[in-house]
Every structure is written in C-alpha cells, then in structure tokens.
Design a protein around this ligand. Sequence first.
Ligand SMILES: Cc1cc2nc3c(=O)[nH]c(=O)nc-3n(C[C@H](O)[C@H](O)[C@H](O)COP(=O)(O)OP(=O)(O)OC[C@H]3O[C@@H](n4cnc5c(N)ncnc54)[C@H](O)[C@@H]3O)c2cc1C
Length: 424
Amino acid sequence: MQARGLRLALRRGPTLDALRTIAAETGARSVFWNRRHDPVGAAREAAVEQALRADGIETFPHVSALLFNPDRIRTQQGGPYKVFTQFWRACQASDEPPSPCAAPSSLRGPESWPHSEKIEALGLEPRVDWAAGIRGAWRFGEAAARDRLVCFRDEALERYATGRDAPAEELTSRLSPHLHFGELSVRQAWHTIQEAALHRPGNNIDVSAQRFLTELGWREFAHHLLIHFPNTPTQPLRPEFARFPWRRDPDRLCAWQRGQTGYSIVDAGMRELWATGWMHNRVRMIAASFLVKDLLLPWQEGARWFWDALVDADLANNTFGWQWSAGCGADAAPYFRIFNPVTQGERFDPQGRYVRRWVPELAALPDAHIHRPWEAPRDALARASITLGHDYPAPIIDHREARQEALLAFQRIRAMASAPQKLV
Ligand SMILES: Cc1cc2nc3c(=O)[nH]c(=O)nc-3n(C[C@H](O)[C@H](O)[C@H](O)COP(=O)(O)OP(=O)(O)OC[C@H]3O[C@@H](n4cnc5c(N)ncnc54)[C@H](O)[C@@H]3O)c2cc1C
C-alpha cells in the first residue's frame, strides 16, 4: 500500500461515525468496500450505505469474497437453493467468475492524510500468549497466501482428487484461513487452478482441478445458505431438529475438546486443532459426527469450540459443516449415516501415521491396534508402554450402543416431522 503512495488510516468506533469523520476530514465523496455476507456485517453495511447515500456520498459495495454474485443465484421461483448440485449448476450456468485485476501501480491519495490510530492501541493480541503453536504452523499475509497457492498447484494438485481424504498426507491446499481473511482472493484461487488444468492436462490434474473447484463451490453454497438463512449459526435449518433431545454432559464435552475420548482418530484431530488451529476436513467430519451422533451433544457446542479454536473459523463454512454433520442442515448427511470412528480411522489413516503424530502415547502400538487400542492384547499394550485409563483413556462411550441410541433419537425426530400436524 505504501509502495503505491497510500496509507492505512485505522479508526475505532461505530462504523458510520468513523466513516463520516474521515469523509469530512478528507473531502471524500465516494466510499468503496468489500461486501460481507455474515448477518451482522451485512446488516451494518446496509445501514451504513443508506446513511452515507443520504449524506450525498456515493457507495460502491463490491462482491469480492465470493465467486458469484449471491444476489443473482436464485431458483426460478426467486428463492434460495437447498441442494448443492442444483445450486452449483446454477452458478456454473451464470457468468464465469471475473479474473482478478492486477493492483494499480499508484493511486492518488488525499491532499492531507487523516491521522491513524496505532495498531498496538487496538489491543488485538491476546494477553496470555496461547498462539505459539499456531504461529509455528502458519505463515500469514498476502505473500504467504500466494506462496501456498503456488505450492499447492505445483506439488499437491495432481494427487488432490485421490489423496484429499488422507489426513496424514499434506495434499489439501490449506488455503482456508487465507481465503477467510481475504489474504487470497477466491477468484485468484479459482483461475490459478483452472489454468493449471488447461496448461498441464493429463496426470490427473484436470480431475483434481475439477474436484478442487467444486470444493470452492461448497464454500459458495455455505455462504448462500448463511445469506438466506441468517439464523442458522444457532438454529437448525430443519425446524424439527429444534426438538432433538440433545444431552448436557460437560465431562464428555471436555473429553472431546481435549482429545481424550479414547477414539484415536477423534483425539488426533482434536489435538491437531488445539495445537495448530486447523484440522483436516475428513477428521472434522469424523470428530463432528462423534460429538453429535455418538455423544448426542448439541452441534452448537461443537460449532462454538471450532469457532474458538480454528484459524479458518468462518461463520458460513462452520455453520454449514456442523449442520451437515448433525443432519439438520441443507443437503446434510442423512441421519442414519453415523461415522464409525474406528473404521474411518482404519480406512483413511491405515498405517496410523496421523494418529501417531498427534497422539504420541499410542505411537508404539502396531498398525492393527492403533485405531482400537482397547482391543489390543495385554502384551501389545505392555510393549508399547500403555496402561489404558492411565496413559491413554479407555473409550468414553461404546460406539455400537451409542449408534443404536442415536438412530432411535433421529428416527423419532423424523417421525415427528412427517406426522400429520393437528389443526387447532
Ligand atoms: C464440522 C465442520 C466444520 C468446518 N468449519 C469450517 C470453518 O470454520 N472454516 C472453513 O473454512 N471450513 C470449515 N469446514 C470445511 C472444511 O473442513 C475446510 O474448509 C477445509 O478442511 C479447509 O482445508 P483446505 O483449505 O486444505 O481445503 P481444500 O480441500 O484445499 O479446499 C479448498 C477450499 O474449499 C473450501 N472448502 C473445502 N471443503 C469445504 C466444505 N466442506 N465446506 C465449505 N467450504 C469448503 C475451503 O475454503 C477450502 O479452503 C468445516 C467442515 C466441517 C465438517
């Protein structure tokens, strides 16, 4: 910004007041901004826009966080989509996402610059420094985001379609925090990967590129749902789920949060989250399913924990991921799909490399027992120096029994939803 002759002026206070003051100080007649799509941000922008226009200031809100203008993606009846395939077809039938423009080499600033608060004065850093693990795992900023995109394109894209579900491999892009904070434009990601498929066809690049672009489509869908159903961060999209008999069990919630459930893959994921602020998508699905379908704890508790711990915490994607896992959202996992944490672990982390990394107390167990340590023979546990219940917890719940209970609870909710309503 400085290289282009501009400065950043930081102000604190109600947005409208701050903008009005700066406009008066600089003589600005136009205000440009990138649109937000979360309910609070969107409502604030609408109010600010109305007030600025009444002041005679031109306003230019710009859709930059999404590939497609959300105002244009609607069903034929003008409503929102609730099924991904139909939504994505509508997106693809609309205009191609515009290519990102190069930054201008210079811009004219105001004659005299308004003062800026010092960033340190905003108190943004946590008082207790809990973020060392996160700093060690990530590079932040625009240049780092661009490097990560290029690195993903050149080193992982080819194997993305086949390897994206294996948490021990680093084959997904890890672009989510950069996309969330706008360090990388989603359009830049879209065009970079699309061009890679065009210029290096074969070697699975095109299949992988399509798969990756579709994942950006899920991000788009999550935002579409949040825009049209702004209560969903706390309320289930399917109203019948408001009556679901979720449990309250602070001890089990705490065991899940700390990665002490006794299910290796769930614990590995929860510990990766705590240490780095990120968790592999497959493991997010397994850990979320375990919370809502094995422990029958409310999805909102899980969403809250992820919100606090994720570096890519994003209201649209997090809400969508949790409602999908609980079966109460749009196009959600059906109620009878209850991930078995053992078979999921054995399928997606067959040698236990991911588990060994994040649950080091199990590292010496042979592959055959790494995802079910409670079934390991006594001598195998002894050789690995594990006493269950001491070095590593015994399972906090029996998955088979929990599954039956969950199925009954979910079936009851479905029956209630399909029962004819009594007219009064
Ligand atoms: C319970 C749960 C909670 C989640 N919470 C978040 C969250 O707070 N923030 C977040 O960005 N993602 C969330 N996700 C979606 C997904 O897990 C992450 O986007 C993904 O793991 C990020 O890693 P990546 O960048 O390597 O993904 P890649 O596989 O490289 O995908 C590229 C991009 O596509 C988007 N994307 C991929 N999968 C999804 C998806 N299922 N839904 C929406 N967008 C997707 C992301 O922007 C991602 O960066 C959640 C998923 C679940 C199951």
